[in-house]
Design a protein around this ligand. Sequence first.
Ligand code: DGJ
Length: 736
Amino acid sequence: MARALRFYAVFLVLIAPGMSAFSQASVRYLADKKLFVLGSASTTYIFGVNERGELQHLYWGPHLWRDEELAAAHSPGAPIDISPTAAGQEFAGWGDGLYFEPCLKVTFPDGNRDMVLHYFGHDIAGNELTVTLKDIQRAVFVNLHYTIDPATGILRRDAVIENRTGGPIIIESAQSGTWYPPQGERYRLRYLTGKWAGEWQLNEETIHPGSRILESRTGSTGYYANPWFALDHPGDQDPEHGSVWFGALGWSGNWRIDVEETPFEQVRVTGGYNTFDFAYHLAPGESLTTPPFYAGYTASGIGGASRLLHRFERTEILPDSSGLRTRPILYNSWYATGFNVNMANQEALAREAASLGVERFVIDDGWFGERNSDRAGLGDWFVNPQKFPQGLKPLIAYVKSLGMDFGIWVEPEMVNPDSELYRKHPDWVLNFPGRPRSQGRHQLVLNLARDDVKEYTFHWLDRLVTENDIAFLKLDHNRDFSEPGWPQVAPDEQRNLWVLYTKNLYEIIDRLRQKHPKLEIETCAGGGARVDLGMLHRTDQAWVSDNTDALDRLIMQDGFTYAYTPHIMEDWVTDVPNGIDGRTVPVKFNFLAAMEGSLGIGADLNRWNTEQLTTAKRMVAYYKTIRQTVQNGSLYRLASLRNGGNFAASEYVSEDSSQIVLFAFLHSQEFGDVLPPLRLLGLDGQALYCVHRIDDTLIEQSAMLSGDYLMHHGISLRLTGDYGSTSLRFDKVSAK
Ligand code: DGJ
């Protein structure tokens, strides 16, 4: 409700008196030309009904303001190709000679597989447009929903496929829609790929005719690719200027984005459920809703595209008003105590954490069942009596007495074969009868598509949170699907689990949040394998990677921010040498790298010496003065370590422009090289900024620097040796 009101409020601002007729409405239908026009102050999106009855895409780009010059949709045809192939359809069924990626592919019980969708009707309710399509003969209807966020111009669309035929149908492809950047231009595609301990790698490539498929087949969002894309022109070098079309899917199961360039020099981006192994049995009278697919346009380069997405995520995606608050500084015990958690060692860590200024203490894996390693106990969600003889309450009380709130790790979708739960319910896991049940991290995947498993899972989570004063859940997911069988239902319904598993997971989280409105949740999946706009719609923060080496993290964090806001980017300081790669970086470097998002600490603080603890305390105090800007401000990526870069820098400007935060990192000085001046972005040139230093690396000695100096002359940083780092805070004191 709060979200809806906020959305409406921004909408009202946009229709203030004095604005042109065109920009007044976000969603309009021009009946004489059969055109749908969705617009914000910065962008316009147009499609129409052509003479064949197809819904044809017409325009997506900078804002247009004159209705008179808009032409009706007209099917272009082609000398040889059958028409649907040539017309850029908003949502094409596979039929009637369509040779590019369809949005809907269906098999009927009689073997018919032809699906030709034509305009049937539409409805505009405030800011929401619904266009209904129908097959030319059969009672398959598709309701396309569109909304546009007036503040960012980001569109949201999904499709609801309704089976009113009276018999079942099998859906082999259900996409949310196809996006079209302008025809006849060359494009560069940016996308994110990765693996465990190496998530968030940014890729850039020129698009050529043919398809590039971004996808997950793992059952969840996955490490290997993330459901985000950005398109711009290959020659564009300035990250702050030039047109960018970008988008992201809100789905945490198997997903697919097909980026296709046709021989007609038209790039088409089609996304939704992964078609791999997809065969959704849709009973008569039922409907299937596709994932939301979000997309936006900016003329402010890839930097501007990220900032729009960040803002949209904070204001429209994150649950409740989570994105408007700031994240607490948390401590997590995983890297310090592993599975060996107990009352004494958690109390000792909590004491140290509190003395540094930490605000939330999180106990990780190992607190339940016979969970002494990753080989047993998963699924047995009762407190281990040897480790916590009086249950969790005394530890929670102690943590709270230290001024922190309490969080706990859970992994509800999984089970170790060596567990009471599995011994009791071996049929609850994904499996094909008589076939091996492949284990990953010694665990199997519970089939959440089953309603009994869903209910069981919701109830133990609810009990845990009801009986204990728990402010935060770290929701983990440590293996991908294998043998995705569901033997309890008919063979032709088994593959519905690709959809139902994730829908039921969402339902569990939604019900939990509804019942415990103050509960906060982190999405974690053996690192950063489940971060997407669907999961972020119901969680408050995201674990980026199990790799906490600060140098690797700088690259991953940089990649992460192309798609996701620093607000949710959970970064911890852990011990050195780092457990993944053995690298040792200074405490300051470690802290500053973790401050690029939401700061956490995961080190074994009991082993830290006084000097380390003093630095840590100073860093935590500093972070508290900048976190509002870092988490909720505007990010400018100034330099990256990606592709062998030796220097990284990121800048954050607060929402009211009154504070600027800079982080700078040198990997390794070579040949006595001195860093060239670093120029900041997005400042008020006429303003004076008071400089706050955390060390003596800034060569400029003046207590004040002007916006013009910072942006055009640039500042000189004395970063030398290996792993030099600094942060500067600039507080605006006056405008000229
Ligand atoms: C994987 C997570 O990414 C880690 O942070 C930790 O919670 C472990 N699982 C615990 O098993």
